[in-house]
Structures are given as structure tokens and as C-alpha cells.
Design a protein around this ligand. Sequence first.
Ligand code: DON
Length: 580
Amino acid sequence: MRCWFGIVVALQVALAATIANAQSIAGYDEVHQPVYGRFGMVAVQNRVPAEIGARVLEDGGSAVDAAVAIGFAVAVTLPRAGNIGGGGFMLIYDAATDEAISVDYREMAPLTATRDMFLDESGNVDPNLSRSSHKASAVPGTVAGLYLAHQRFGKLPWRRLVEPAIELARNGIVVTHDYATTMARNQPRNCRNEATCGYFYKPGKVPYEMGERLVQADLANTLQLIADQGPDAFYRGAIAQKIVAEMQAGGGLIDMASLAAYKPVWREPLRGNYRGYDLVVMPPSSSGGVHVLQALNILEHYPIAAMGSGSADEAHVLIEVMRLIYADRSEHLGDPDFYPVPVGWLSSEKYAAELAATIDLRKARPSTEVKPGTPPAAESEDTTHYSVIDADGNVVSNTYTLNTSYGSGISVRGAGFLLNNEMEDFVSKPGVANVFGLLGGEANAIEANKRPLSSMTPVIVFRDGKPWFATGSPGGARIISTVLQMLVNVMDHGMGIAEASAVPRLHHQWYPDEVLVESGYGPDTIRMLEGRGHTVKTTGSINTSLQTVAYQDGKFLGASDPRRPDSAAVAPVRTHVAGD
Ligand code: DON
């Protein structure tokens, strides 16, 4: 008896030691695990394009090559956001020169666009016009933007990078659960347009079901032209003519002159530092970068790590910071080529200190009491993100979009692709919120050839001077707050990228004056927030989706947000044949 007891105790001690050992393996103590790789990593909202990106890296392509191939592939597999009819932002880190640079390939307003173009006779905003009409589309930037990045940083031929997308369009994609569900939900809107209905639905306007194959023949031909002729086909040639014919038929504004005037722009990224880590972010015409830097500067005044992840104290500070940055966004942000955005002031430590002094740790400030700041006189549902890091340490963080799900819902007849409704991101009328509830004024008023203000927030974070992780997300106004929480979870709370992508998030955008809180936040925290005067609305997912890659401890890591099905991080492999 005694002897048995001794053996059992000994076994228990040994078992406990084994468990302790297992837990001490770096990173394995977290609930959510990333994907690990040795030769690079891609993270995309769809698995098939992620695999295409990994194959590009295996073939010796650079991170930018993979990003180009993924961009075209997502245009086939995720037509609600992936696109050639939209635009976006690509943030690039080039390891050879140790430099970061960005491509602003945001759409531009057509040459005949005017400030009041979405107002009816009584001066009221007509949201149907700004969201679902031919006039809702700005000149797309994706094809020109991907091409510009490839010209400077590509190693593989352009054609090789467009080809996988052509194959997908020509041979068909397998309809996923996510695809089938959103197509069914958007059927009434999409089938108002004959071309969209014909391209994306079965005869009789019937949505495809999960597991069925969808062929996109016109899109395959369009992509073939882009593979053969580059952006000229899109901005001057056969595709341009189809876009203009579509516009003329539907009363849209994009003409040949507007297409020819489109230019993607190389922009110097903004840089910041948070608790010793360096950040590189997108400058305007995205608002995301400048407001993430502004938020982090304010957060540095608080012991976020000690407050604890998910605590009421942390949540309260985050909400108050979000309230402040979204107020400033409404007043000061717009296309820098048209409006003097006070980037230096907004992202300065001095202004952050002034704002921190206005936060009361015990109670919420009503948004009615929070106004955008005044710069010193002297100073002038659906998007998608993917991240790539290659074996040489080059990084791409790319967010692009058609704006809302399926853009305007209008497809270019004969060309097989959907058009954006990005004109909606301008301010149609001061004081009237846009589809994301965002407010704005003069800085973001409609003007010919101007870029609508964006919230897209691709980020690259550096540790000891080397890229550590790259991330970004879809989600309209919620992108900025989502990326901010990802950064805090990794840099303050020391979470791994998978854990940091998965834990519940919250969102506040000044107006409406309410906090959206994802399920998973503890009821005690919510009660404490209500006690401090916050109006809390709980929800399932706040519908953002982080796609993150990292390099850490000699390994590549990838994490795709669990909030959307079918997303994937994929690592390239190297094949060694025995005997070689
Ligand atoms: O650029 C922007 O801020 C918006 N057009 C993004 C739209 C978006 O993220 C929709 N996604 N869920």
C-alpha cells in the first residue's frame, strides 16, 4: 500500500515536471498559436491566395512579388473586397536598403466631381447616389499601384504574378462558406445590376452554394490584358473603354481623361516610437497611421501593462483615447495634396500630453464635451488586408478595398469586375455621417482628382531596428481602433500575434457616443465601464480581421484573425530532393 502510494506520488511529480517543461517552450503557453515557418510567411483573408503568395516566395519572388500576386488572386476569390476596381495602400520595408516606403494607390475623384454631387434638390444627402450608383465610383488605383510597387521591388516577371489569378478566374474557384453567405445576403442589392447578377449568381439570380465552382470568364480576359499590357490596358486601352462605356450607360463620371489622370504616389511613411519600439505607418490620404501614432503617444502616459489586458481601467483609457482621436479625424484629415493636414502636431508628444491631461480616469467624458483640437497657427463591410514577409526580411503590409461590401454593386459590363463606391468616403455634407458613422468637413470635401479620406491602417513594427511584425485589417472606421488594440496587446501585454488577434476588442469613434464591446469581455468589466458613465453595446464580432506576419526568435510567424472563416497564414517551404 505504502509502496503504491510512493509510486503514484513519484509519477505525479514526474508528470507535473513534464507539463511544466511543455509550458516553458517559448510561446506555447498561449491559448492561440500562430503558424510557424522558416522561409517567410503570408497572412491573407483567403486561403487560396495565401497559398499563391507562398508559391511566389518559393519561386524566389520578393515580398512585393507575393503581394502583387495575392492582390490579383484576392480580386478573384473575394470579390466583396479584393479588387481591381478599387484602391488601397501598400507599406513596404526593403531589407537591402533598410528603408520603408509606401504606395498610396487610393482611388481619385473623377475630373468632373463636385462638392455637392450627392445632394438632392432640397440639399439633403442622397446615400443611394453616394453608395450604390455609377457616380459612387472614384477612379480605381489597384492596377496602377501594384504595378508601381512591382517596378521598383519586383524580382519575378509581372506576367508570372497575374497568371495565378487568371487561372483561378478561368478554371473557377470553389465557393466557400464565407463567399456563399455574403453573396446570399447581398443578393437583392447585387442583382439590381444585371452584370453583377450575371457574374456572381446562377441563372435565375440564385446565389452559389458552398462547394460549387464559380468561373469568371470575363474577369479572366481582363486579367489577361493586364498581364500582357500592364496598367495601360486598364487606364488607356480596352479595359478603360469598357469602364467608360459602363459609366456613360449609367450616368457615372469616370471618363477617359479621368482614367488617364490617375496616379499612384510614393509617399514617405510616418514614423513613431512606442515604449522603445519603432513604428512605420501609412501617411494621409489614410487617417489610420497618424491617429494610431497619436493614440499611442497618449497611451504612453498610462501604465497599460499593469492595468491588465481586458481590465476596466485599460478599456476606459482606450475608449477615452479613441474618442479624442476620432474627433480630430473629423476636422483635420483629408488628402494631403489638397489640404494641409497637420500631421506633425497631431502625432506630437506635446499634443498627446495636452490630450492626456483631459482624460478623467474615473468617468467617461460625453462626446458633446470633446471637440477637435486647434493646431498651432504656424503648422500647415468591406476591405481586406494581407501581410507578407520574405526570407530576406522584406515586408509588405497591404490594405485595399472597394469600400463597402461589393463596392457600388455595379460591375463593368464585359470586363467582369465590380466598381468601388469610394466617393462615399468623402464628406457629402458637413455634419452628415457617412456609412461608417464618420463625420467630417472641409478637409475631406469632394474635389476633382482628390483622394477620399481613408481609415485603412497598414503598420510595420520594428524591434532593435529590424522588422518585428506587420499587421492591418478591414472594418471601415473600426480599422484604426482594431489595429491600435493589436499594437497594445503585443507591445504592452506581451501577447503573441495569434493571441493578440483573437482576444476581444472594443470600439469608440467619438460619435455615436457609445462603446461597442465584443463578446468575451467579462461582465464585471462591462459593469465597471457602465459605472464610469460609458454607454456599452455588446456585440458578436465588430467585424474587423487582422492579418499579421512576424519574425521572432529566428522564426517566421503568421496569424489570421479567427473572426472570419477561410483566412489563412501560410509558410513557404523549400523542397530538398534526397541525393541532391
Ligand atoms: O478607406 C476606408 O476607410 C474605407 N473605404 C474602408 C472600408 C472598409 O474597411 C469596409 N470594411 N469592412
